[in-house]
Design a protein around this ligand. Structure first.
Ligand code: NAD
Length: 435
């Protein structure tokens, strides 16, 4: 039921793929994938233009009284990319590398991710340019509360629901929930997900993204006829996503031979003791000094001769510079956007099976959805029920993307974008253009 006239696709103005360096701009890198899928779907130009633009972009200056009595001003962003399918959903990151372009890209990713796993959310993302490692807990609390106040008009269980991302955690979510609740005058647990379980968080949420990675790696191994037991794995990033993915893959019988974070990377062909490494990081907050295994560079970790590579740190770590050297048979993108658009074709030519970010790391937002449902219903599920429902959604979504990829003879990333865009586009067509 299209509401607009179909125009020839040549009316669409796209960035020049030959001259555009996708590695320079995460938003345009993401949009190159969007463009490929939109073209295959023969998306109407009007809808293409709508989906290529974020609905709302907010930039806030955040004055914070530092512990030394000086006032510092930080910059924060919140982008609501698309809310056609439901409230916007997306994490908040605290990092010095945060830019508006990055936040826009991440917000768009969230839109496609929620659509791939078919949960009733749109996509958003937020970020504050800061180095949380150099800030005290009380400085971080003041920063979080003032940032929340700055974006409060868009927040709400029915409008925009944040979650943790890089360098934010359930403590930060508790501050956001409290600040929002103070402003609206009543406790509103469903305004954020990834909260402490004691205040409306869901069992299984903290592990959900890593658990989702483990589930899709097993699906990919089964698809390729590879065994789970003894499969070698390298994991880049040892935070919320990477450490849990490593732990659960290890528990399933895989051999995790390399792990790394921003401080150091370790390689042990006999297998890393993942649980010991997690225990070490929980005390020290980084892997440096863990000491078991050979120290390798972060770059070398990515090109190890392993069956499965799980990039679970930051974006753009697999680019045209190193894609040709990747030896893994499967890449499971735990991070958002770890592979540049230009690197995709190199990986495809070399037969690397990529489980794309919008599918591979969708476990987190899926259990965030469960958390939101539980908060709104005021009735909480067992961890087993959460994990079972997560498995159902991840397996079903993986198989839906795989079958689309076979049907259209495209890679898993393009198929995932096609599935996501077609779902978002269908709702736009049904809703029409409000004038
Ligand atoms: P986190 O802050 O818990 O962990 C990030 C990890 O990456 C840390 O171990 C850090 O040391 C490491 N790291 C940072 N820079 C690095 C570098 N240059 N080289 C190697 N390691 C580096 O963050 P997280 O929640 O685990 O998120 C990781 C990625 O997963 C991000 O891309 C995030 O957007 C994505 N993601 C997270 C969730 C979630 O539920 N937390 C959900 C979906 C996607």
């Amino acid at each position: 039921m299209a509401t607009e006239l179909r125009l020839p696709t040549h009316t669409i103005v796209r960035p020049d793929k030959d001259t555009f360096l996708d590695e320079d701009n995460p938003f345009e890198a993401m949009m190159l994938r969007f463009d490929q899928a939109a073209e295959l779907l023969d998306l109407e130009p009007g809808l293409y233009r709508v989906l290529r633009n974020p609905e709302k972009q907010i930039i806030v200056s955040i004055p914070v009284m530092m512990d030394n009595g000086e006032v510092e001003v930080f910059t924060g962003y919140r982008v609501l990319y698309n809310t056609s399918r439901g409230p916007a959903k997306g994490g908040i990151r605290f990092d010095l590398q945060v830019t508006l372009e990055e936040v826009k890209a991440l917000a768009a990713w969230m839109t496609w991710k929620c659509a791939v796993v078919n949960i009733p959310f749109g996509g958003s993302k937020g970020g504050v340019v800061c180095d949380p490692h150099t800030m005290s807990a009380s400085e971080l609390e003041r920063l979080t509360r003032r940032y929340t106040a700055g974006i409060i008009n868009v927040l709400g269980p029915d409008s925009d629901v944040p979650a943790p991302d890089v360098n934010t955690n359930e403590r930060v979510m508790a501050w956001i929930m409290d600040t929002y609740s103070m402003h609206v005058g009543h406790t509103t647990t469903a305004v954020v997900t990834g909260k402490p379980v004691e205040m409306g968080g869901s069992l299984g949420r903290r592990e959900a993204t890593g658990r989702g990675c483990m589930i899709v790696v097993k699906e990919a191994l089964a698809h390729l006829g590879m065994p789970v037991k003894g499969t070698t794995v390298a994991v880049q990033g040892f935070g919320n996503v990477g450490s849990v993915a490593a732990q659960l893959l290890h528990a399933e019988g895989c051999k995790v031979v390399a792990i790394g974070d921003r401080s150091v990377s370790y390689y042990d062909p006999n297998g890393i003791d993942v649980n010991a490494a997690i225990a070490y990081v929980s005390k020290r907050r980084h892997l440096d000094g863990y000491g078991k295994g050979e120290v390798i560079s972060g770059a070398d970790l990515l090109t190890l001769d392993v069956d499965v590579l799980v990039p679970a740190a930051l974006e753009n770590v697999i680019t045209t510079k190193n894609a040709g050297d990747i030896r893994a048979r499967i890449i499971c993108e735990g991070a958002n956007g770890p592979t540049s658009a230009a690197a995709d074709s190199i990986l495809e030519e070399n037969g690397v099976f990529v489980v794309p970010d919008i599918l591979a790391n969708a476990g987190g937002v899926t259990v965030s959805y469960f958390e939101w449902v539980q908060d709104r219903g005021g009735y909480f599920w067992t961890e087993q029920l959460v994990n079972d429902r997560l498995r159902d959604i991840m397996v079903h979504s993986f198989q839906a993307v795989l079958s689309l990829s076979k049907q259209h003879k495209v890679n898993m990333r393009t198929a995932a974008y096609m599935l996501a865009i077609s779902r978002v586009a269908t709702v736009h067509r049904l809703r029409g253009v409000y004038a």
